[in-house]
Ligand binder design. Structure first.
Ligand code: ATP
Ligand code: MG
Length: 344
């Protein structure tokens, strides 16, 4: 490598060879050139000038010349590096602008395709729900006998049609809810409400089913939960999904307990049942979409495996967490907590 190379190397070269080694090479080259210059120029002066006064004056001028030349060199090196920095910054700026523009384009494309997907799902759901409501409505009407008497076989098959229609409707509603969450068209609607009333009202929705299966529900709700701030509709959906599971997976005579309490800066709700429980290894699978632990029970219980997935998303939207604990044959407890918010 040529001795002047460190002075003229581009900033890119210096960066590539490492800033420390670049600086060290400049300093070393400068040191050796200066030492050689001082040594040989001094010897030359002594050789040519014998007169001591003249020699002293010549050495002074030589020193001044050295400082001038060094300053000029430093000026040239710094100027070159400044220019290069400006050029590199310009390049960098242009690249950043170009990439930002490309990113914006990609985001717009993703947003519009996401919106199109959600719109498609919403339209599709609507189209599916209209005939489904007719199927449910007419099978209910025929079962009630308003179109005339029906025999036992008809009753059985109409019952199947009604049950399947209701299950399909509930799945379509879940998919629609999820599409709304994904597309951001169902943002958090934070208001004050009574969690005590919400829990009791959610439990009330299952009264008939609980009476039919002799299932009891017991509430332990802390004082101070009469005014909480959250998205009432979404929390109700979480409660309904957890309670419907607790009832669905409990044998006749089962016991469900709902506990709600205020912890330091959290509200915690636990829904525990004395139902079929689950293997510990299966717990992580619960919150995945379409996960049903025991397909053999599916025929009996129905359900698409969407409820817990949706509940998790809704709790997480509040900045909360949901978890499950259970033991095969001994029941399950789901706990979710959301942060306490001030007035909105
Ligand atoms: N309380 C519970 N006790 C025992 N197993 C449960 C309980 N809750 C959920 N599970 C298991 O977790 C699976 C997933 O529950 P999830 O609520 O997501 O779906 P689902 O109830 O089967 O259907 P969907 O809620 O969509 O109608 C259930 O199929 C069941 O195997
Ligand atoms: Mg469910």
């Amino acid at each position: 490598m040529r001795w002047w190379r460190p002075f003229t190397a581009s900033v890119r070269d210096k960066v590539e060879s490492g800033p420390v080694s670049g600086a060290a090479r400049v300093a070393l080259t400068y040191l050796s050139v200066s030492a050689l210059y001082i040594y040989f120029s001094d010897r030359a002066l002594r050789f040519f000038i014998r007169e001591p006064d003249l020699l002293t004056a010549a050495q002074t001028y030589k020193g001044i010349a050295f400082v001038l030349i060094s300053s000029l060199l430093i000026y040239l090196v710094v100027r070159k590096s400044d220019r290069e920095n400006v050029r590199l910054l310009g390049d960098l700026d242009a690249k950043v602008k170009e990439r930002t523009a490309r990113l914006e384009e990609a985001m717009l494309l993703a947003e519009s395709s996401d919106k199109a997907k959600s719109e498609f799902i919403a339209n599709m759901s609507h189209e599916l729900k209209t005939p489904l409501n007719a199927i449910i409505g007419f099978s209910e009407a025929m079962l009630s006998g308003i179109y005339g008497p029906i025999n036992e076989r008809h009753r059985e098959h109409l019952g199947d049609i009604l049950l399947s229609g209701e299950r399909l409707l509930s799945l379509i509603n879940d998919v629609l809810d999820l599409a709304k969450l994904e597309s951001g068209s169902a943002p958090l609607d934070l208001r004050g409400f009574s969690l005590r009333e919400l829990i009791r009202a959610s439990g009330g929705l299952f009264r008939e089913k609980m009476v039919a299966h002799a299932i009891t529900m017991d509430y332990k709700i802390d004082d101070g939960l009469d005014e909480v701030v959250a998205d009432q509709k979404k929390i109700k959906q979480v409660m309904i999904n957890l309670l419907s599971n607790a009832i669905k997976f409990s044998p006749d005579g089962g016991k469900i307990s709902v506990t709600a309490r205020r912890l330091k800066d959290l509200i915690e709700v636990i829904v525990a049942d004395t139902g079929i429980g689950m293997e510990e290894d299966d717990i992580p699978k619960l919150f995945q979409p379409f996960s049903r632990l025991e397909p053999s029970l599916q025929k009996r219980f129905g359900g698409a495996g969407f409820g817990l997935f949706l509940a998790k998303r809704l709790v997480e939207m509040h900045g909360g967490v949901i978890s499950a604990k259970g033991k095969k044959g001994e029941g399950t407890a789901f706990t979710f907590s959301i942060p306490i918010r001030g007035d909105v």
